[in-house]
Write a protein that binds this ligand. Structure first.
Ligand code: AMP
Length: 285
């Protein structure tokens, strides 16, 4: 069932909760792929009712980014949701979500500042604001987010905790193509030559993870090798590589405990991000 009205979604989910049913929620921007479906399936097994939102949120795109060209296909998305066992799709118009200018902006400081926040300064305020609004519409639920957007998981987890939202954020593993490229709606922007080089993100992460497994704790050494790996792809323009603590997204000296490696690369009009994690052997968390 596809609904476009906030009031109708609230009424339906309130009725399910009143009947004792648990709600799982998967927020998306549509053009759904197997990565999105893995989140839906995680929700379907853990909850009585699964709701998916499909909304390309203008607030999280800066001027000059791909808001206008972002791929959309609601008919195909509806089929993919049905395949995954989704009960309810919320696909609102921009007017339904933003009937007038927004005066309220949710700004999650600290975790939203580095990395993506540095390269896309307005992005996480747009994400946090729409996710806060979607959480308000969905009500008490478990909400499923992909670790592919590691910093986004950190931002929404912190927001839900800080604002005592009745939402449990559940991170889910990254789904990849057979050659290691993380699935993304934006992969359709890649030309065949760019697509052939795109697994370099995975290779850069693997090179960094191998160093961590061997006991390297200097973020600069790991980042240098990751940068060299990206440079082997002639069509790749690097935005950043980072070797940081998994929880704070900064390196506070030698790496220790749970570490996250992140990479952002532009191929022509496509901007791809990826990340993976590891443990520094023999160090305390
Ligand atoms: P998006 O439609 O790109 O905003 O993504 C919606 C949700 O799907 C986010 O929580 C993403 O992190 C998640 N997601 C996107 N790609 C993948 C993937 N390859 N594997 C797992 N989750 C993903």
């Amino acid at each position: 069932m596809v609904l476009g009205s906030i009031t109708e979604v609230r009424r339906m989910l309130d009725a399910h909760r009143a009947a004792g049913r648990s709600i799982g929620f998967v927020p998306t921007m549509g053009y759904l792929h197997a990565g999105h479906q893995s989140l839906m399936r995680a929700s379907v097994v853990a909850n009585d009712i699964t709701a998916v939102s499909i909304f390309v949120n203008p607030l999280q795109f800066a001027a000059g980014e791909d808001l206008g060209s972002y791929p959309r296909d609601l008919a195909r998305d509806t089929d993919r949701c049905a395949d995954a066992g989704v009960d309810l799709i919320f696909a609102p118009s921009v007017e339904e979500m933003y009937p007038g200018p927004m005066a309220t902006v949710v700004d999650v400081a600290s975790v939203a500042s580095p990395l993506e926040g540095a390269f896309r300064p307005e992005h996480f305020a747009g994400v946090a604001t729409v996710v806060a609004k979607l959480f308000s519409i969905m009500g008490e639920c478990r909400a499923y987010f992909g670790e592919k957007d590691w910093q986004q998981v950190a931002v929404v987890t912190r927001m839900a905790a800080d604002l005592s939202m009745p939402v449990e954020v559940v991170p889910c593993p990254t789904m990849r193509e057979p050659d290691g490229l993380a699935m993304s709606s934006r992969n359709v922007y890649l030309t065949p030559d760019e697509r052939a080089e795109a697994p370099v993100l995975r290779r850069a992460l693997d090179a960094g993870l191998a160093m961590i497994a061997e006991g390297e704790t200097d973020p600069a050494m790991i980042e240098a090798v990751m940068t060299d790996t990206v440079a082997t792809a002639s069509l790749a323009a690097l935005d950043y590589v980072a070797a940081v603590q998994a929880d704070t997204l900064i390196a506070d000296g030698p790496l220790h405990g749970e570490v996250r490696l992140l990479v952002a690369v532009r191929f022509g009009t496509a901007r791809l991000i990826d990340n993976d994690g590891g443990m520094v052997p023999g160090t305390p968390a």
